[in-house]
Design a protein around this ligand. Sequence first.
Ligand SMILES: C[S@@+](CC[C@H](N)C(=O)[O-])C[C@H]1O[C@@H](n2cnc3c(N)ncnc32)[C@H](O)[C@@H]1O
Length: 332
Amino acid sequence: MTASPTEPTRRLAAVPDLDPAPNPHATQEEVEAALKDTKLAQVLYHDWEAETYDDKWHISYDERCIDYARGRFDAVAGEQDLPYERALELGCGTGFFLLNLMQGGVAKRGSVTDLSPGMVKVALRNADHLGLEVDGRVADAETIPYADNTFDLVVGHAVLHHIPDVEQALRECLRVLKPGGRFVFAGEPTTVGNFYARWLGRITWESVTRVTKLPFLADWRRPQEELDESSRAAALEAVVDLHTFEPTQLEEIAVAAGAVEAKAVTEEFASALLGWPLRTVEYAVPREKLGWGWAQFGLQSWKKLTWVDENVLRHVVPRRFFYNALITGVKP
Ligand SMILES: C[S@@+](CC[C@H](N)C(=O)[O-])C[C@H]1O[C@@H](n2cnc3c(N)ncnc32)[C@H](O)[C@@H]1O
């Protein structure tokens, strides 16, 4: 829901003054320092990509992503009494998970937090455009700046694998949750899944960037400076991606942090084997070259393979072979 020109202007929720400002243009010295400092790398990398992040990852706030977010929540949390009154998101990025969960009826009020000020700014702007009741803070998941027993639900998507001390972050989640409150994290790479995803990505990238060196395929090659920038981003990515998980290990970490009812589930096997090469091709060639037909092919094939994963492979392939891990737990 976007504001129409005739509506009175609502005050845009802003990152509080006490929080640091976004820094989208890191200096060379900062980048070099970040190669040895994972949290600085997180801030630089995510401040740099915050304004283009939704576009890059095809993130939207419509039915497609609402269904996806709600589907991940239901897959691990099961049937719950919804909506939760107040929810917190850690490592919110542009707000993909919590804002879509709120639109999907999971929570009424939200607080978005991220280590990157640029991401919090974009998440608050997105929430404002959607007319959702959301506030935000720049925050490290290992030291959450909210009082004990504040939230009914804590969520995160693709964030735990970036946090140095995952158990400490889950302990913090439990501290800010009210007794009986639940945390739900989705989109974490399994150890086996990450292994084949990296290899498939690497092989696809090498093949596409080599083949498009052929003169008659020159139109399919992205400008060299863009390819170099992708390689530099990949170098920083190696500094920010800290963990992969075994599902059993995730459950053990949750229990060690103090959670009860800890449960991990995994998703995407055949769909990941297709998805990673497709995504890498999209990244390696100019955007305008792959039109609507390609997008439809990708989406439809992914949906079919997801069906195969859920209805066939889930029963025969061990859970640690699937790419995505989700974990939930409850505060006693
Ligand atoms: C891969 S992005 C995912 C963003 C978003 N959740 C999504 O799914 O689109 C990871 C996010 O976690 C944030 N992050 C990394 N380490 C963090 C930490 N220690 N505390 C809070 N946020 C962190 C990054 O700044 C980044 O925005």
